[in-house]
Write a protein that binds this ligand. Structure first.
Ligand SMILES: Nc1ncnc2c1ncn2[C@@H]1O[C@H](COP(=O)(O)OP(=O)(O)OP(=O)(O)O)[C@@H](O)[C@H]1O
Ligand SMILES: [Mg+2]
Length: 486
């Protein structure tokens, strides 16, 4: 395609041969005015990852340490419960059972000493035997569940006191059986009762001791609960502080990253706009130079050759050669004019976008071999100046892409004049592409930038009706078109 080829050819001229500002006397497009890009710091900031990792590790470490601590406290509590409280309770139950047996014995002894009973003392022997069996069982069980703070002396004392009591009881019943009732009663009064009382006192002491150690355990448990509660608050505070600092750090680095991103995107956009402006002014300059300078020279050469031909004799070979050179000059002049027009159509500034496209689309059809269907709808309004250049360039690039990449032989260009906007569509039914995954080129980027300069939008979609291909849709608000057109 001619204009594509021309653009490709003029590309390398930018740095040395072509002035970046418009030619003297030419109206500079507004976007081509040199805009300074303020140097901004792009020094790489430290990555936030180590800080975030540290925060995460501190939080996790706090959770692990605290879980271990809580587990230890809970197992301590369980141990206390099993070893002390439960054992104490079971032991106290057995001690109460012993106490009860001792009380039964005391009552029996009181009855035995009361002389008003008609029975002999041996009548109580069976009751004593029953109590003895129960007492033995209770003592055995009590020994099994005796709390850990019970001393061996205490155990021994209890045991020996019981043995002594039953010895005395056996002896008393032996006396009673030998018909020595009075002696037996004396034994009960002075020996058996005293032993029963001593035993009862010992058991009571053990009960009191159990009670005390139970109270002690309750105090220790309450202390553990208090400590755990304090640690919970401490842990929560420490974890909250770690989370707070990590979150603040995350927010700060996120903000910094976004600010950096915004700066970079702004710089990129400014650069792209500057490139667009430079490209436009360069193309316009070359187009004018071609049209004005070369055009005039070639016109003058043609006129001089025509004049010189008239001086040559009719039918002479010189006259024929001069006519031939004159025709070549005319062809070159036509080519230079069409090249100048292709680079920057003067029509854009003079008659606006619509008539430029009216002229341009048949040229594309001819030169690129793609059939272009041109549709216009709505009440047309004039689009001129920079706005016209931007829309024209977008159509040009979209059609370039159709011929270069789509493989389609037909394209549809639609201009939709809406009351508030202009919609331009370029559609092909070629192979299609995904704009986000497309091989990066300058074309799509420049189209996006131009759409942004127009305050509008651009989208690359698939055509409707499920056909393959691409539809490039540009939407530019009318007010922006008007203000850009001034
Ligand atoms: N109409 C289309 N059909 C199929 N593929 C397309 C079409 N338009 C663009 N592409 C794909 O998108 C890519 C990027 O297009 P873009 O115009 O940005 O770059 P380019 O045409 O390769 O080069 P240039 O910078 O000269 O325009 C192309 O290489 C092509 O693969
Ligand atoms: Mg392209």
């Amino acid at each position: 395609m001619v204009d594509r080829a021309v653009v490709d050819r003029v590309g390398p001229l930018y740095p040395r041969d072509v002035p970046r500002s418009p030619a003297p006397g030419s109206a500079a497009p507004r976007s081509s005015a040199p805009r300074s890009i303020a140097p901004r710091s792009t020094a790489p900031h430290r990555t936030p990852t180590p800080g975030l990792f540290l925060g995460l590790i501190i939080t996790l470490a706090a959770v692990v340490v605290y879980s271990a601590y809580i587990t230890r406290q809970i197992s301590g509590l369980r141990e206390l419960q099993n070893n002390l409280v439960d054992r104490n309770r079971k032991d106290s139950l057995q001690l109460l059972r012993i106490q009860n047996d001792l009380n039964s014995l005391a009552l029996a002894m009181r009855d035995m000493l009361d002389n008003d009973e008609p029975y002999p003392l041996t009548a109580w022997s069976a009751q004593f035997q029953r109590v003895r069996t129960d007492l033995d069982d209770a003592l055995r069980r009590e020994q099994q569940v005796a709390p850990v703070n019970r001393t061996a002396e205490q155990e021994q004392y209890l045991e020996s006191s019981v043995i002594q009591f039953w010895d005395a009881a056996d002896r008393t019943f032996a006396l009673a059986q030998g018909r020595n009732q009075a002696e037996a009663r004396t034994q009960i009064r002075i020996s058996l009762r005293a032993r029963q009382e001593a035993l009862s006192t010992a058991v009571s002491r053990l009960l009191v001791q159990n009670n005390e150690s139970e109270e002690q355990a309750a105090r220790r448990i309450a202390h553990i609960y208090d400590r755990v509660q304090r640690q919970v608050y401490l842990f929560l505070t420490a974890t909250l502080i770690a989370i707070l600092f990590t979150s603040l750090y995350l927010i700060r680095s996120n903000r910094r990253l976004f600010a950096q991103l915004a700066t970079l995107s702004e710089q990129r956009s400014e650069l792209a706009q500057k490139l667009i402006a430079t490209q436009e002014s360069t193309l316009r300059h070359i187009s004018r130079e071609l049209h004005d300078e070369f055009g005039q020279i070639l016109t003058a050469v043609g006129a001089m050759l025509t004049r010189a031909g008239k001086h040559a004799p009719e039918g002479s070979p010189v006259r024929a050669e001069l006519r031939e050179v004159c025709e070549i000059t005319q062809t070159t002049l036509d080519k230079v004019r069409s090249l100048s027009q292709a680079l920057h159509p003067v029509m854009l500034e003079e008659t606006g976008l619509e008539s430029t496209l009216d002229w341009y689309l048949p040229v594309v059809e001819r030169q690129a071999g793609v059939r272009v269907f041109y549709e216009k709808s709505g009440e047309s309004f004039s689009v001129k100046g920079n706005a016209a250049i931007h829309v024209y360039r977008m159509v040009q690039e979209a059609l370039n892409n159709v011929t270069r990449h789509s493989g389609a032989g037909e394209a549809w260009v639609r201009l939709r004049f809406l009351p508030t906007a202009l919609i331009v569509e370029v559609e092909d039914h070629g192979k299609g592409f995904d704009a986000r995954a497309a091989k990066p080129g300058i074309g799509l980027v420049a189209m996006r930038e131009r759409a942004e300069l127009l305050g509008g939008s651009i989208e690359f979609a698939r055509p409707l009706q499920g056909a393959n291909g691409t539809i490039v849709r540009v939407k530019a608000p009318r007010e922006k078109l008007d203000s850009h057109g001034e």
